[in-house]
Design a protein around this ligand. Structure first.
Ligand code: CMC
Length: 436
């Protein structure tokens, strides 16, 4: 088989096997031939949480966790954050190349002209309780979109897919803003097609009595950068959920609702919300050392720190920190920034964090910026979901068009009871008065 292979000796049988190495990986299915007998199922790999398993081949996002590198379609995140716009990045993620002038114009037009919600979708949103978490509303409402666009099931029709992509990218921002307005008891502010994607989102969030909402350009630009940084992050928990649900050929609205549900968790997109609650709980710089001590004793984790892939500074956190200062020029500095800076300073010097390669991640500073921009804490995961929709769709489309992909269905190691006979109720052990 040559140099690009692995020779495995099975010490149970003394047999030798050769397995090809391609792109630094071996195919798990190649291990199946390693058996102790003809009726043996064959060797499997055990990898809870996918710590060392590639689930797909992708051409979208590249991360080098040790070097702190993030690129979309080859373009460094720093260059995109500096020079691009979120909608252009969304195009890049989906199409593989930056758009030319005409393509970008059409792309913007198509998305801008799908921002309105069907009035019945608005009524679906009205049905949520007055204090419903906006992320729960977002998940539920995106799922409900599949009932409004049943044709979206036609996932292998390119034109149909395109239409759903415009709708999803456009409506996710409208639903996000409406979920905030619903919670506040404010009338919904309808989309304004004259504004940029981010400017319109700010309009739908914060417009009150003014005839025309005019977004602050610094805040609009900051949101644009935050959206670019959050647009994709290869095979993270929610993207894996998107691909997994999509692999059953589910419509994209239902699949995105599932991906958003994964994002909601405090270890993923819910982390920015958790960071702010943590900073509130710490309350002052003086209390930082005590808090770090409790983290080291294993009482809880330092939210916004650590990453499965980055074992160096998260490049997104570096960019965000810079944006934070630009935003504070407009909004005034948030006192929580000082607590965050002190936490970061102490953690980066502390052996516990250094040894485990725990650095601030994207969520460490994003929450402080969002707060300064007047977004309530509950909106933070929603603000993550809006741009991540473009990454989810790009990854979903790549999965659909990949001839190697099939319905996702992991194996398990069964460790439960062996076969046994059903026990009738009268023969079962009585445990307590309540259950008796
Ligand atoms: N604070 C304190 N200790 C930590 C932290 C933390 N934030 N993260 C990891 N550790 C410790 C962990 O206890 C373990 O220590 P030990 O070896 O002594 O048992 C070691 O570091 C390795 O942790 P792990 O849980 O095996 O690492 P993981 O790759 O499974 O987890 C993570 C990655 C992001 C879930 C985790 O670092 C974490 O829970 N961070 C806090 C939540 C957070 O900020 N999430 C946002 C991630 S970035 C945005 C996104 O992509 O969603």
């Amino acid at each position: 088989m040559g140099a690009n292979s692995l020779t495995i000796t099975d010490n149970r049988t003394g047999k030798e096997y050769e397995v090809a190495i391609e792109d630094g990986t071996i195919r798990a299915m190649d291990l199946r031939k390693i058996k102790v007998s003809d009726d043996d199922f064959g060797l499997m790999t055990y990898d809870p949480a996918f710590m060392n398993t590639a689930s797909c081949k992708s051409r979208i996002t590249f991360i080098d966790g040790d070097l702190g590198i993030l690129r979309y379609r080859g373009y460094p995140i720093e260059q995109l954050a500096e020079q691009s716009t979120y909608l252009e990045v969304a195009y890049l993620l989906l199409h593989g190349e930056l758009p030319n002038e005409g393509q970008l114009k059409d792309w913007k037009w198509d998305i801008t002209h799908h921002t309105f919600l069907h009035e019945s979708i608005k009524m679906v949103m009205d049905g949520f309780n007055y204090d419903a978490h906006p992320m729960g509303m977002l998940i539920g409402t995106i799922g409900a979109l599949s009932t409004f666009y049943p044709e979206a099931k036609d996932i292998f029709d390119e034109e149909c897919r395109k239409k759903q992509i415009y709708r999803l990218l456009a409506k996710v921002a409208t639903i996000a803003a409406f979920s905030y307005r619903h919670r506040k008891g404010l009338p919904y502010a309808y989309p304004d097609n004259d504004l940029s994607y981010e400017g319109n989102f700010l309009n739908m969030m914060f417009k009150t009595t003014e005839v025309k909402y005019e977004p602050n350009p610094v805040l609009e630009r900051a949101l644009n950068v935050l959206f670019i940084l959050h647009a994709d992050h290869e095979q993270n928990c929610s993207t894996n959920a998107m691909r997994s649900i999509g692999s059953a050929q589910t419509d994209p609205y239902s699949a995105i609702a599932g991906a958003a549900a994964a994002l909601y968790g405090p270890l993923h997109g819910g982390a920015n919300e958790a960071v702010l609650r943590m900073l509130r709980e710490i309350g002052s710089i003086q209390r930082v050392p005590e808090y770090i001590k409790r983290v080291k004793e294993g009482e809880f984790r330092l939210m916004g720190f650590g990453h499965r892939v980055y074992k160096n500074y998260d490049p997104r956190a570096t960019i965000i920190k810079k944006v934070a200062y630009e935003v504070f020029e407009v909004t005034g500095k948030d006192p929580m920034l000082d607590i965050a800076l002190e936490l970061e300073r102490i953690a980066l010097e502390d052996e516990y964090f250094v040894k485990r390669k725990l650095y601030p991640n994207v969520d460490f500073y994003s929450g402080i910026i969002y707060k300064a921009m007047r977004f309530p804490v509950e909106m933070f995961p929603v603000l993550f979901a809006i741009p991540r929709a473009s990454g989810w769709i790009a990854q979903w489309q790549e999965m659909l068009l990949d001839p190697e992909q099939k319905i996702a269905r992991p194996r398990q190691i069964y460790l439960g009871a062996d076969e046994r006979d059903y026990v009738p109720m009268e023969k079962r052990e009585k445990t307590s008065a309540v259950s008796a």
